[in-house]
Design a protein around this ligand. Structure first.
Ligand code: RB5
Length: 145
């Protein structure tokens, strides 16, 4: 399975650690940056991973910034993206089972690397439950009001 990954400067170190962790788990990684701790803007990276997931260049995406929030706001602007900020194994599993999240957003300044690895593992090993959740997901659209 291929995973698209990206971070801003706040998430850079976590991204580098996660790449090693995921490679050890047997996943193929496509890294969309950033490539240093130099200050940068998270939307520039969120869009790259969102594009890769929507165009099926990767099955799933992982985005890391300070809180995970900016990345999720930006990625969720892309049609077909369901980006979820998860902060423990429970929210990671539920974001898959109920929301069929295709991008996991993580807060590098909110969690330690052990927590992050556990969240990533839980997220990748959980599947969408379908059923009543299918109908709900089909009601998620972009609106101009
Ligand atoms: C960068 O300082 C920080 O604002 C960013 O990483 C992220 O947390 C935004 O949501």
């Amino acid at each position: 399975m291929k995973i698209a990954i990206a971070s801003d400067h706040a998430g850079f170190k976590v991204k580098e650690k996660l790449k090693k962790f995921l490679t050890r788990m047997g996943y193929e990684i496509k890294d969309f940056g950033t490539f240093s701790e130099e200050s940068c803007d998270y939307p520039d990276f969120a869009i790259k991973v969102a594009e890769a997931v929507v165009n099926r260049k990767a099955e799933n995406g992982i985005l890391i910034c300070g809180t995970g929030i900016g990345m999720s706001i930006a990625a969720n602007k892309v049609k077909g993206i369901r980006a979820a900020v998860c902060w423990n194994e429970e929210t990671a599993k539920l974001s898959r089972k109920h929301n069929n999240a295709n991008i996991l957003c993580l807060g590098a300044r909110m969690l330690n690397i052990d927590e992050i690895e556990r969240i990533v593992k839980a997220w990748l090993s959980t599947n969408f439950e379908g059923g009543r959740h299918e109908k709900r997901i089909s009601k998620i659209h972009a609106y101009e009001i």
